[in-house]
Design a protein around this ligand. Structure first.
Ligand code: T46
Length: 134
């Protein structure tokens, strides 16, 4: 099964422009407990470099584009996000790295849980040991 789970979001278009909306449990498979966004990211920056134990998230390029590498310990895939009406669902125990942020890009993230520092696996070898045990 592909690691890349894209979710198409509603897009309402009229002469004034486009509008996209997201309802937890309707368009995405979790209640939204937190929203955060990455912006003013320098082109050479790399973000992520971790996995989560319990967190599910939806990433959306609400402006511009960036690449996301996904790794579940068995395979790796890289996807480019560049559409404000498309989300990338990332389950727990998936390593992610983000790079190639375009100028002015904004990555909005909808998260299933509040911020918990101890939910992160920040060391790749720890991640591999953890997913091999599952
Ligand atoms: C993820 C990718 C896509 C908070 O205090 N609250 C928050 O809700 C978040 C997300 C972060 N922080 C603090 C923790 C660090 O001191 O903000 C600082 C930067 O966080 P981090 O280095 O984890 O940022 P990214 O961009 O590498 O990763 C973030 C999310 O943390 C992560 O869950 O999947 O975006």
């Amino acid at each position: 099964m592909s690691l890349v789970k894209r979710i198409s979001l509603p897009k309402i278009s009229d002469p004034r422009g486009n509008l996209t909306f997201i309802e937890g449990q309707r368009h995405i498979p979790f209640e939204i407990r937190r929203v955060y966004y990455l912006y003013d990211v320098p082109a050479e920056s790399e973000r992520g470099g971790h996995a989560h134990r319990n967190l599910t998230q939806l990433l959306i390029a609400v402006s511009g584009s960036f690449d996301v590498l996904l790794d579940d310990g068995k395979s790796r895939e890289t996807v480019t996000l560049n559409k404000p009406y498309e989300g990338l669902l990332i389950d727990c125990f998936v390593w992610r790295e983000m790079k190639n942020f375009s100028s002015g890009s904004v990555c909005m993230v909808l998260a299933s849980r509040v911020y918990e520092a101890d939910d992160y696996i920040r060391d790749y070898q720890d991640f591999m040991r953890t997913v091999r045990k599952e």
